[in-house]
Design a protein around this ligand. Structure first.
Ligand code: NAI
Length: 309
């Protein structure tokens, strides 16, 4: 964090890596707070560098059609290509990694981030389930001191909860700086969690979600029948369990399942419910990843005129 005139370290510029469902939403929320954001992703067409920003905006608008940025905030988001613009993370006080939920890709990215970040900069992962200890394997002591998990919830600008996991090497002052910023600038309610599988939310939430989805399939319920019950009446926000899968992204679930089954003991209750239903497999094979893609349960139903889950 750079030193403010009164000597207090501050977060003056943030880098978000990964402009998908979560990264785009986090970048938008930070920009709304008046903080400049460098938003990096893989630019598939090098002639179209602004493609990252457009893709990010499209992602947010698809997930949340209400206007998402305050006046002028969009200009605070600078899009960049991870290949060329990674050295620019040296300008940033906090680097938030929100790339796909795969340990190998995250570890490879951190090796590059380690070489470019400013010595004071905090680095955090938005991982849903990957243990902090695994994420920082092979990294320097300095990197470990500046690393933590900041698990935002979807959609970031509406969900106040922020789960924060520090490791044994995380500098407590650095963790406090980030949580203070998240509290004051982003309005988050911080829940500290330990580095245990799925932390708190996904330890509880995925067990429940996988059980509910599989039970709905096994009972032969339609999407609408299941969500009419496992929705608002049961305190599930939005459209219920199938709506939640559409929001989260159907493609995220296999990564979450892989990570949790690898880190939980064999006899754990989650191991018994952790299975992908063939209907979800078929949707994934057809590129139906939910709201961020060609559609999911709800749009699939509308397009195909089908009612069942
Ligand atoms: P997503 O699939 O929507 O977006 C991931 C983005 O990362 C894509 O735009 C992809 O091009 C980019 N990317 C992949 N590898 C990259 C690399 N090496 N460098 C730069 N960009 C790269 O994923 P989503 O759903 O936003 O998830 C991101 C992270 O947030 C994951 O760790 C996930 O577990 C976590 N998370 C997801 C939630 C959700 O509801 N989707 C909720 C909370 C956490």
């Amino acid at each position: 964090m750079s030193e403010a005139p009164q000597g207090r370290p501050q977060v003056r510029k943030v880098c978000v890596i990964g402009a998908g469902v979560m990264g785009a939403g986090i970048a938008a929320q930070v920009a709304n707070a008046g903080i400049p954001v460098l938003l990096l992703d893989i630019v598939r067409d090098p002639a179209d560098r602004s493609g990252v920003a457009r893709a990010a905006v499209d992602t947010i608008l698809k997930a949340d059609p209400a206007p998402f940025m305050g006046k002028g905030a969009a200009r605070l988001v600078e899009p960049g290509n991870i290949e060329d613009d990674l050295p620019r993370i040296a300008e940033c006080d906090w680097i938030v990694e929100a790339i796909v939920e795969r340990l190998d890709l995250k570890q490879a990215l951190y090796a590059k981030v380690e070489a470019c970040r400013a010595p004071h900069a905090a680095v955090s992962s938005n991982t849903s389930t990957i243990p902090l200890a695994s994420l920082i394997e092979g990294r320097s002591d300095a990197f470990r001191r500046h690393f933590l998990i900041t698990h935002f919830f979807n959609p970031p600008r509406y969900m106040r909860l922020l789960e924060v996991v520090g490791g044994p090497d995380s500098d407590p002052a650095m963790v406090t700086r980030i949580t203070d910023f998240a509290d004051r600038a982003l309005g988050k309610r911080i829940v500290p969690a330990r580095d245990t599988p799925g932390f708190i939310a996904n330890r509880i939430g995925t067990l429940w979600l996988e059980s509910a989805v599989n039970a709905a399939f096994d009972l032969g319920l339609t999407v609408e029948e299941a969500d009419a019950i496992a929705g608002k009446p049961m305190g599930v926000p939005g459209t219920g369990i199938f709506g939640l899968l559409d929001l989260v992204g159907l493609d995220l679930m296999p990564h979450v399942r892989q990570s949790l089954t690898a880190s939980l003991p064999a006899g754990d209750a989650y191991q018994a419910v952790a299975r992908s239903h063939p209907r979800i497999e078929a949707m994934l094979a057809a590129g139906l990843t939910g709201r961020k893609g060609k559609g999911g349960f709800y749009r699939l139903n509308r397009e195909a005129g089908r009612k069942e889950a």
